[in-house]
Design a protein around this ligand. Structure first.
Ligand code: FCB
Length: 764
C-alpha cells in the first residue's frame, strides 16, 4: 500500500536521551543550565543521565534493528561537538556521533541528522544567544563542522527542529530554556536571526559536503481539519492555517511566519502588516539567505483543531464534544488533522514532505506480566498513519514517517512524566522493555503498511420518519423512538435513498449521510459494485390498512421508472393483534380474469389473505399483490427503491380525494397465477436461523440467550434489535437499535437476552 521506498523511522533528540551531560569534554548547554537551576522542571528532575544513550546507543540501535526501523532521526548536541559553541572542536564528541552513525549503518538504518534540537551552547547564550546576530555565523560554523565530519556517510540533514518552540516557548513564555522573556521587538529580531542562521547552515552543509546530501527543515504547529468537506469549510482551514495570529500572547504558534520565508522567500503579507511595529530590518539579501533551496520539508505534527466557515467564509473553531479523546498529557487525538494538514502544507509549499515527528504520550506502566501494554498508542498511530496515507492518496508527496520516539525520555519541562516511547525505560535501572506498540510498528514496517487496521466502527444512524395516512404512534411505545407525530407510518432506519437518507450518529463519520459515505468510503461496504446502496431497512407501523399494492422487478422499474430499482422485500412481524392477516397473492387464474376482476372492483374475490402472528416472516417478490393490514408492525428489508403500484385503496379519501391508483402498471406486473403466500414461523431450536436468501439479500434471525458468535464477512451487514437488551462485542445495544457492521468487521459476539434480525446484501 505504501511505495517500497517509503521511509519508516523513529525520531529522538540528543538532550532528551543522551545524558553524559559533562562527559568527554562536552560543554554546558542551555538546557543543562536550565535543569540545574532547579525550579523549571517538574519534580526538579534533570537530564544528566536521561536514557544514558551516550553509553547505551548500541542496545537501542539493536532494538531498532529488531523492529526493522529503516531510518533514525536523531539530533547532535552542539555543545558536545563545539563545547564553546564555536572554535575548538571536541574530537570525542565527533567520535561519539561517528560511532552512532557507523552502528546505524552497520544495522541497515539510515541516519537523519537534526543539527539543532534546542540544546544551545551556554557559552554562546552568555553572548546573547540567538538574539545576537552573530548567531548566524556561529550556526554556520557549526554546520561546517557537521558537514565535514559526517556527510561522507550521512545523506539527510535537518537544520532546525521546531523553531516555533525554541523561540516562543523559551522567549515569549519561559517554560523552555533559556527561559528569558523578551520584548516583542526582540523576539522578532531573534526569529529573524534564527531563520537566517538556518539559511547560512544550509549553505555550509552543502558547501562542505563530501557526498550528495539532502537538506531539510522541521517546523511544527497545530494543524486543522474541516467540519464538513465542503469547499467553504476547507477554505476556512486553509485561511486559518496560513494566517498569522492576532493574539500577541501566542503569536509564534503559527505556520507561515516560519515556513513562508524558508520555502516561499517572503514573510507572510498579513503578518508584515499586523506586526509592522515590531519588525526588524528585513533586506532582500536576508530573504535570499533564508530561502536557500531545500530538498524536503519536515513537519512535526501531533494534533489540530476542527474549523468551519461562518457566513463570510471566516474560520470558526468548532468546540470539542464532551469526552473528546485525549492523550496521556492531555493533547487531543485528531487524526483528521494529519490528512488535512499534510495536504494543505504540500499544496502551499510544494516540497516532498517527511513527517519528522508524530506520536503520543501514554500513561504506560510495566504490568504484572512483565510487559508494557499500550493499546492507545497503537490505536493512535494506526489512525494517524491511515490519515497520512489518505493525504498521500489525495496527492500529497510524503516520503517518510518518523515516529516520536524510540525510547521514553526526558520530556523537557515535564521531566520524566510523559512517556512517548515505543520502548519503555525504567529510569531507575535503565532497563528497556519493548512496548506492544513497538511490535505493532515492526509489523507495519514489515508489511509496508498492509497490516494497518482499517477502522471497523459500527455505524449507527439517525432514522428518517414518514407520516402516512395509515400510520400510528406505536413506534414510540414499542421502541421509544422520538416520532414526529401521531401518524408515523414508516421509520427508514438504514437508508441511503434520496427520499430519506439517514445520517451517521456518532463516531468517525458523525453527521455524514449514508449516501455520502457510500460514495466517499466505498471500502466500508466492501466496494460493493452497485451505483447506490443496495438495501433499505424500514419499520412500518400500520394503524390502518395499507393500500393493496404490487412492485415491479428491476427490468420493469428501470424501463418505466427512470432507472429505479425494482422492489423485492421481506417482512418480519414485530407486533400484531390476535387473528391478524396480511394480504398476499390473489385468486385470478389468468391475466384476463385478473384484469376483469380489477376493472369490476371484485376485490373480495380477487384478494387473498393469510393469517400471521408475531415473529412470522414472509418474502414478497415483485409481482406479488400484497398489503399490510391495520394493527400490524413489521421490520422490512428491501431493495433500495421507493416504487410501489397501488391497486386498491379501500376507496379511502385523503383531503376529500382518493389517492392515485396505478392500475395499468399493476396489471403489467402482477404475476398470474399467484404464488402461494408462504408465511413462515421463525421459531427455532437454533440460535441462528436463516430466514431467506435471494439475489438481493440474506436475512437471519438470532435468538440470543447464550452468547452467539458470528462472522461479518459480507460487504456489510445490518442488524436490528427487535427485542431485549444486550451487547455486541461489548457495546450495549437494545430493542429498536439498527446498525451497520462494515466490511472486514469480522467476528462479533452477541450477548444478553435479545432477538436480532440481520440482513446482508446479496451477491450481485
Ligand atoms: C516536540 C519536540 C520533541 C518532543 C515532542 C513530544 O515538540 O520536538 O522534542 O518533546 O514534541
Amino acid at each position: 500500500m505504501f511505495s517500497k521506498d517509503f521511509v519508516w523511522g523513529c525520531a529522538s533528540s540528543a538532550f532528551q536521551i543522551e545524558g553524559a551531560w559533562n562527559e568527554d569534554g562536552k560543554g554546558e548547554g542551555i538546557w543543562d543550565r536550565f535543569c540545574h537551576e532547579g525550579n523549571h522542571i517538574l519534580n526538579g528532575f534533570n537530564a544528566d543521565t536521561a536514557c544514558d544513550f551516550y553509553h547505551r546507543y548500541k542496545e537501542d540501535i539493536a532494538i531498532m534493528k529488531q523492529m526493522g526501523v529503516k531510518a533514525y532521526r536523531f539530533s547532535l548536541s552542539w555543545p558536545r561537538i563545539l563545547p564553546e559553541g564555536v572554535g575548538k572542536v571536541n574530537e570525542k564528541g565527533i567520535a561519539f556521533y561517528n560511532a552512532v552513525i557507523d552502528e546505524l549503518l552497520k544495522n541497515g538504518i539510515e541516519p537523519y541528522i537534526t543539527m539543532y534540537h534546542w540544546d544551545f551552547p551556554q557559552a554562546l547564550q552568555d553572548r546573547g544567544g540567538w538574539l545576537n546576530e552573530e548567531s548566524i555565523e556561529w550556526f554556520a560554523e557549526y554546520a561546517k563542522v557537521v558537514s565535514e565530519s559526517f556527510s561522507d556517510r550521512v545523506k539527510y540533514f535537518i537544520t532546525l527542529n521546531e523553531p516555533q518552540c525554541f523561540t516562543g516557548i523559551a522567549h515569549l513564555h519561559t517554560d523552555h530554556a533559556p527561559g528569558i522573556k523578551l520584548p516583542t521587538k526582540d523576539l522578532f529580531q531573534l526569529i529573524h536571526n534564527v531563520l537566517r542562521a538556518h539559511g547560512a547552515a544550509v549553505i555550509n552543509l552543502r558547501k562542505y559536503a563530501k557526498g550528495d546530501i539532502k537538506v531539510g527543515y522541521a517546523p511544527t504547529c497545530g494543524m486543522v481539519y474541516p467540519k464538513t468537506e465542503t469547499p467553504e469549510d476547507i477554505e476556512a482551514c486553509r485561511k486559518y492555517l496560513f494566517s498569522c495570529p492576532d493574539n500577541m500572547d501566542n503569536w509564534t504558534w503559527n505556520v507561515p511566519w516560519f515556513s513562508d520565508p524558508v520555502f516561499l522567500g517572503r514573510y507572510p503579507e498579513d503578518g508584515l502588516q499586523k506586526y509592522a511595529e515590531y519588525l526588524p530590518v528585513i533586506t532582500e539579501e536576508d530573504m535570499k539567505l533564508i530561502s536557500q533551496p531545500l530538498d524536503f520539508m519536515g513537519e512535526n505534527i501531533y494534533n489540530g483543531i476542527m474549523l468551519e466557515a461562518d457566513e463570510s467564509g471566516n474560520p470558526v473553531y468548532v468546540n470539542r464534544y464532551a469526552g473528546f479523546p485525549e492523550t496521556g498529557n492531555g493533547w487531543p487525538v485528531t487524526p483528521e488533522c494529519f490528512r488535512w494538514g499534510l495536504k494543505l502544507l504540500y499544496e502551499r509549499y510544494q516540497h516532498p514532505i517527511y513527517v519528522t515527528e508524530n506520536g503520543i504520550c501514554c500513561k504506560d506502566v510495566l504490568s504484572s506480566d512483565g510487559r508494557v501494554h499500550d493499546p492507545q498508542r497503537i490505536d493512535f498511530l494506526n489512525r494517524y498513519i491511515l490519515a497520512m496515507k489518505q493525504a498521500m492518496d489525495e496527492g500529497a508527496d510524503i516520503r517518510g514517517y518518523f515516529e516520536w520516539t524510540l525510547t521514553d525520555n526526558f520530556e523537557w519541562n515535564f521531566g520524566f512524566r510523559d512517556r512517548f516511547g515505543l520502548v519503555y525505560v525504567d529510569f531507575r535501572t535503565q532497563r528497556r522493555y519493548r512496548k506492544d506498540s513497538s511490535y505493532w510498528y515492526e509489523n507495519v514496517i514489515k508489511t509496508n503498511g498492509a497490516s494497518l487496521m482499517q477502522p471497523k466502527e459500527i455505524l449507527f444512524f439517525d432514522p428518517v420518519f414518514k407520516q402516512m395516512i395509515w400510520g400510528g404512534n406505536k413506534m414510540k411505545d414499542v421502541f421509544g423512538y422520538n416520532i414526529p407525530g401521531e401518524k408515523t407510518g414508516e421509520c427508514w432506519a438504514v437508508s441511503a435513498h434520496p427520499n430519506g437518507d439517514c445520517t451517521v450518529n456518532g463516531g468517525l463519520y458523525n453527521g455524514k449521510t449514508l449516501s455520502t459515505l457510500w460514495k466517499e468510503n466505498p471500502e466500508l461496504f466492501g466496494n460493493y459494485p452497485t451505483d447506490r446502496f443496495p438495501l433499505l431497512l424500514k419499520v412500518i407501523d400500520a394503524k390502518e390498512n395499507l393500500s393493496i399494492q404490487v412492485h415491479p422487478d428491476d427490468t420493469y422499474a428501470n424501463e418505466h421508472e427512470n432507472g429505479s430499482l425494482g422492489k423485492t422485500e421481506c417482512w418480519y412481524i414485530l407486533e400484531c393483534a390476535e387473528n391478524s392477516t396480511l394480504v398476499v397473492g390473489h385468486n385470478a387464474k389468468t391475466k384476463e380474469e385478473l384484469c376483469s376482476m380489477i376493472d369490476n372492483k371484485q376485490w373480495d374475490e380477487l384478494i387473498a389473505e393469510v393469517p400471521v402472528k408475531k415473529g412470522d416472516f414472509i418474502q414478497i417478490d415483485p409481482g406479488t399483490v400484497h398489503a399490510i393490514k391495520g394493527d400490524i408492525m413489521i421490520l422490512e428489508t428491501q431493495q433500495n427503491s421507493d416504487i410501489t403500484y397501488r391497486v386498491y385503496d379501500y376507496d379511502r379519501l385523503t383531503d376529500g380525494k382518493p389517492r392515485e391508483l396505478h392500475l395499468d402498471k399493476s396489471k403489467d406486473v402482477i404475476e398470474v397465477p399467484a404464488k402461494a403466500g408462504a408465511v413462515m414461523s421463525t421459531e427455532s431450536e437454533e440460535a441462528v436461523k436463516e430466514l431467506v436468501s435471494c439475489k438481493y439479500y440474506t436475512v437471519w434471525k438470532y435468538q440470543v440467550n447464550e452468547a452467539v458468535t458470528q462472522t461479518q464477512s459480507y460487504p456489510f451487514m445490518i442488524l436490528s434489535v427487535t427485542e431485549g437488551y444486550g451487547t455486541i462485542n461489548g457495546l450495549a445495544i437494545k430493542k429498536g437499535d439498527h446498525f451497520l457492521l462494515p466490511a472486514g468487521y469480522g467476528e462479533f459476539v452477541l450477548e444478553g437476552e435479545m432477538t436480532v434480525i440481520a440482513s446482508a446484501p446479496g451477491e450481485c
